[in-house]
Design a protein around this ligand. Sequence first.
Ligand SMILES: NC(=O)c1ccc[n+]([C@@H]2O[C@H](COP(=O)([O-])OP(=O)(O)OC[C@H]3O[C@@H](n4cnc5c(N)ncnc54)[C@H](O)[C@@H]3O)[C@@H](O)[C@H]2O)c1
Length: 364
Amino acid sequence: MNKADSVIIKKDIENLAEIFSKYKSHFEGKCFLITGAGGFLGKYMVLLLKHLNDKVLSKPATAILLDNYVTGYNSNIASDENITFIKHNVIEPFSTDKHIDYIIHAAGIASPVYYTRFPIETMDVGTLGTRHMLELAREKKVKSFLFTSSSEVYGDPDNKFVPTPETYNGNVSIIGPRACYDESKRFGETMCVTFFKTYNIPVKIVRPFNVYGPGIRQDDYRVLPNYIEHALRHEALPVHGDGKNTRAFCYINDSIEMIFKLLFSDANGESFNIGNPNEEKSVLDLAKLVAELMPFKVEIAYTEPPLAVYAKSDPKRRCPDISKLQSVIDFQPKYNLRTGIQRTIQWYQEEYNIKLEEHNIKLQ
Ligand SMILES: NC(=O)c1ccc[n+]([C@@H]2O[C@H](COP(=O)([O-])OP(=O)(O)OC[C@H]3O[C@@H](n4cnc5c(N)ncnc54)[C@H](O)[C@@H]3O)[C@@H](O)[C@H]2O)c1
């Protein structure tokens, strides 16, 4: 079985295609350039385009996909006659003869474990990479450009600003262990808005809050995949510190819906939170929910944070205010945390069954 054949991912893509069947004119005959196409969000974007081409559109969309696999998986890239993958590091300029209608700049090094390992590459993709994509957008006179920034631009927000609106300027350490990621996203946003003001490039900026779901790299180390990984190995779920820090978890389909709807909107030169404000949970409560939803008994263990990014510098609360987004696009979160985790565990089980079958072992 191919990873793209995952039953749960197939269902997710069908659900997304149903939503976007009303947006056919935005896809038909259009060319999308997607950076970071081998990553978690990129994979869903590409599978959605493929599905729309196969089942919905009368004139296919085309796509140019870029990734250098610094953290992406080769097998995530689904190329065909309309969809072309090019291995490319976006810190170098990219040129093509093709006309491009939309650019989604999703390349980045999002997991704290990986940006701790690749801090220079992390700064470069958020700054140089964004600059090159903006230049390309200018040259190609694109209809729309979307930059995936991050909720990390808010740093460790004051409680008074949680749920956090886009107007909050953030509380970010300039030289702390998270700065290579946070500050490069902040500067990336500054460039996007400056290109909008100077050259009228139709930019949109999204600030995702803790997106999770099937297809995430299994050794991604972000909190939810990390818990599920431990559970499937029958190891205790590692809760850092006192487990009180919160995150608001957003299922991948909800985040992909927000991204494409914003891409097709007229909200140029603006930043938007994307996330699920209904699902702010402490990491301890998240561990309890994962333990409850696993098909076998799982322990929870308090551990010392393994890296500086998870120690004092770990933001205490994260929860988006999405009212600005909802004033621009029609959106309500469709997946609560319980459903989303069940779907994610189901996908992990599919993946593990693939691996375990090879060794003639079945999950208990
Ligand atoms: N998933 C989330 O919860 C979340 C939250 C906030 C922000 N974001 C941002 O959204 C984007 C997508 O996130 P994701 O979860 O899919 O991350 P991901 O790590 O799964 O995917 C990112 C992809 O970008 C590629 N990449 C990195 N540097 C590159 C470079 N220089 N050139 C070409 N490709 C490069 C990686 O190889 C990877 O395939 C990222 O920019 C991330 O910072 C994600």
